[in-house]
Design a protein around this ligand. Structure first.
Ligand code: SF4
Length: 230
């Protein structure tokens, strides 16, 4: 059990959220509108793969499932890097089992530029942190990264993919990722459920999917206990 980009971002919002993801994921309730937004984001991401023309996609699923086979994806990515493939999508990297899949890598004279796709009209701080996690894992795999971009959803629907350069902001966060990634690795492995009092982190930067679980009133707890006893 190691840390992915999603784990990192969720763990930085709240350690307990990360712990629940790993140990009690069935408690999460994803609001319908959030799920819709996530699906739209995936569609935008899929469409963005072709923004530089022909590409190779690294996604590999475990046989008979829609679950990504991360190990196979990392191997496939290595092969394409050795081949010098010009555009690699969902390029997968692992470092001590910490894992990320970069939306798009585009070959340059010296290495690759990195693109993180977001279905949003502007760049948010969270996106920079998101890209910083990926940059950290990719750097530790010794791949030379030149420029880093967030691809946002521009106004022209005929050509909506608008790259915004964030190279310097992302590079600066390397030590911050290093400080926290190993701490979160330890948190998620704790045997006992973490105790974190509800607070601002329950709604910022994103509404937590365990909100109902953590904000249950004592009365609701009591009612549930009674039902279990019946
Ligand atoms: S509801 Fe709040 S305290 Fe509970 S896991 Fe989510 S962010 Fe953490």
């Amino acid at each position: 059990m190691a840390i992915t980009k999603t784990d990192f971002m969720r763990g930085m919002q709240c350690e307990k959220m990360l712990w629940l993801d790993k140990h009690k994921p069935s408690l999460k309730v994803i609001p319908e509108e959030v799920q819709k937004r996530l699906d739209q984001g995936n569609e935008f991401g899929d469409a963005a793969m072709g923004m530089f023309g022909p590409y190779e996609e690294m996604t590999v699923f475990r046989p008979g499932t829609q679950i990504p086979d991360k190990k196979a994806m990392v191997e496939k990515t290595k092969e394409h890097l050795e081949l010098g493939t010009k555009v690699i999508c969902e390029a997968a990297f692992s470092d001590y089992n910490n894992y990320c899949a970069v939306d798009i890598l585009r070959k340059t004279d010296r290495g690759y530029d990195m693109y993180e796709v977001k279905n949003s009209p502007e760049v948010h701080e969270q996106f920079i942190k998101d890209a910083a996690f990926q940059y950290y894992i990719v750097k530790r795999n010794r791949l030379e990264i030149g420029k880093i971009f967030i691809v946002i959803h521009g106004e022209d629907e005929n050509d909506p993919f608008q790259p915004v350069e964030v190279t310097e902001e992302v590079r600066k966060l390397y030590p911050w990722i290093n400080e926290n990634i190993w701490r979160l690795n330890r948190c998620q492995k704790e045997k006992e459920e973490l105790t974190v009092p509800p607070g601002d982190q329950c709604l910022h930067p994103y509404e937590c999917w365990y909100y109902g679980y953590c904000h249950k009133t004592k009365e609701e707890d009591g009612q549930e206990e009674q039902l279990t006893l019946l």
